[in-house]
Design a protein around this ligand. Structure first.
Ligand code: 4AZ
Length: 244
């Protein structure tokens, strides 16, 4: 996260750290005890499940603290329109955690799911939402960090589709946020949440997906528009529950 501040432990309890093989990393969001939402581009090289490790309740990058819960991966799934040839077009994937002692995530003050958005909860342009992650602190950074958080404002599709911003790269499945605000997601934050609160309930409005650099003037962050995939998420998560 560029331009953020260190989060207090437990303030983003849905944050998942996803270690992919020896050197790849992404974030994700816990949406139910056994399911994580992340970005498809994190997994499109099809890593072996045995190469994936998910840590919940983590505060410092690569440090498994006292509140951490660590899981292997049972499977991961892409939406049917996802294509490896253009991984940011449908940049969402679901990860099912492997049960440990018969269960997945245990709810604690440091581990709790985020709500999925519904079609009736609309967040207007200008609304301030939260991004969080362990990624680089600036564009030419090289180290991952203690969990950072920052507030970004949602911007309109028209603004984001301006030729001087991202033009026709912005589809109906993307949301832009953070124009002109000196805060942005950066490398290593991918897959993590753009969380928008309504009252004291946080919703997974977006998934950190792409953007030109980090915090560049006129180049906001681009996020997957999660509400467009909620029916798919529910069909996958519920279908699996029924076969238990
Ligand atoms: C990345 O490389 C990345 N500024 C994610 C988000 C943004 C830039 C890079 C947005 O994962």
């Amino acid at each position: 996260i560029f331009g953020g501040t260190s989060a207090l432990p437990g303030t983003h309890p849905w944050m998942a750290a996803i270690y992919i093989g020896p050197s790849d990393f992404c974030a994700g969001s816990l949406i139910s005890s056994c399911w994580i939402v992340t970005a498809a581009h994190c997994l499109f090289r099809n890593p072996l499940k045995s190469q994936l490790r998910v840590v919940l309740g983590q505060h410092r990058f690569n440090v498994t603290g006292p509140n951490a819960q660590t899981f292997g991966v049972d499977k991961y799934i892409f939406p049917k329109h996802f294509s490896v040839f253009n991984p940011t077009l449908h940049d969402i994937a679901l990860i099912k955690l492997k049960k440990e002692d018969g269960r997945c995530a245990r709810k604690t003050p440091f581990v709790r799911p985020i709500c999925l958005p519904d079609k009736t909860t609309a967040f207007p342009v200008g609304y301030c939402c939260a991004i969080s992650g362990w990624g680089h602190l600036y564009e030419k950074g090289s180290n991952y960090s203690t969990l950072q958080e920052a507030g970004v404002r949602l911007i309109s599709d028209d603004t984001c589709r301006d030729p001087a911003v991202y033009g026709n790269h912005i589809t109906a499945n993307m949301i832009c946020a953070g124009l002109g605000s000196c805060v942005d997601a950066c490398q290593g934050d991918s897959g993590g949440p753009l969380a928008c609160a309504a009252g004291d309930v946080s919703f997974l409005h977006g998934i950190i997906s792409w953007g030109e650099g980090c915090g560049r003037p006129g180049k906001p962050g681009v996020y997957t528009r999660v509400v467009n995939y909620v029916d798919w998420i529910n069909s996958v998560v519920k279908a699996k529950a029924r076969t238990l």
